[in-house]
Design a protein around this ligand. Structure first.
Ligand code: DHB
Ligand code: FE
Length: 277
């Protein structure tokens, strides 16, 4: 059976793509952010995942308000990135792991998660930039399965539902008849609000509590409703739901191998965690 080797949760901010392109990793503004990633890349070089399940929220590149699934799973041979209007370079295409996609889709539906299956899917900065942070050469030595969770249009799935969705993804991966080593990623957050009167809002205290809860008490955030989480973390801070899905997929107790927290990148409090399953 396939093995889940660990989980990585990270923020995604479009400006990261510009910084990579302009090689600003050692610039004083960017260094505290980029310095979080080398220990993760070192771990990846040893852990050698074959396939990555990338839980992210689409921002309007693939899904728009006319059709907005709560949960969607990619089942495409290849996933392309495209211009979202941020002025960041597009990245090379990603090769899908069709076998795991279809196994996950069958397992999730049998497990009563009625996901949308996408045999074509574009992947935006929520997917591509975390991949570029982990594999800077952009030659992607892994196959991928994108999983998308709606954070754009109300109603959003509750934190408890997201954690249970992650648990179902974990069961799916572990019942896959394969010797492939699977990494689970969750991208988005942490606290940020891009618009409205609270634009620029950040909640460091909440973010640090949330990061700690990922290790010892993943149910902690499920005490809050979506409205309370938006109040606490900002309208886009709700992307932390991706972290809960990824955490839910990790079997049993997890160990924190590495973490980083830096404020701000653009309008966002950025977080990074590497967890061993
Ligand atoms: C920013 C953050 C995001 O999560 C996003 O999707 C877009 C922009 C930002 O801070 O600029
Ligand atoms: Fe985002």
């Amino acid at each position: 059976m396939a093995r889940i080797i660990g989980g990585i949760t990270t923020s995604h901010v479009p400006a990261i793509g510009g910084a990579i392109h302009r090689r600003l990793q050692d610039d004083p503004y960017w260094k505290p952010f980029f310095d979080g990633y080398p220990p993760v890349r070192k771990w990846l070089a040893e852990a050698r995942p074959d396939t990555v399940v990338v839980v992210h929220n689409d921002h309007g590149l693939n899904f728009f308000l006319d059709r907005m699934p709560t949960f969607a799973v990619g089942a495409a041979p290849q996933y392309r990135n495209a211009d979202e209007g941020w002025g960041i370079p597009t990245l090379p295409p990603f090769t899908g792991d069709l076998d795991l996609s279809w196994h996950m889709i069958e397992s999730l539906v049998a497990d009563e998660f009625d996901i949308v299956t996408c045999q074509e899917m574009m992947v935006d900065h929520g997917f591509s930039l975390p991949m570029a942070l982990l594999w800077p050469t952009q030659d992607w030595p892994v196959r991928v399965v994108p999983v998308v969770v709606n954070t754009v249009q109300a109603p959003l799935p509750t934190a408890a539902r997201c954690l249970r969705f992650g648990e179902a993804i974990g069961r799916a991966i572990q019942s896959w008849e394969s010797d492939r080593r699977v990494l689970v990623m969750g991208t988005g957050g942490l606290s940020h609000q891009l618009d409205g009167t609270r634009a620029g809002y950040i909640n460091r205290e909440f973010d640090l509590k949330f990061m700690a809860s990922m290790i010892d008490d993943p149910k902690w955030a499920t005490q809050y409703s979506i409205e309370e989480l938006v109040e606490l973390t900002g309208t886009q801070g709700i992307e932390l739901l991706m972290w809960l899905v990824a955490r839910g997929a990790l079997p049993g107790k997890v160990r924190r191998l590495h973490s980083n927290y830096h404020i701000p990148i653009s309008n966002t409090a950025t977080g990074l965690m590497l967890m061993a399953a």
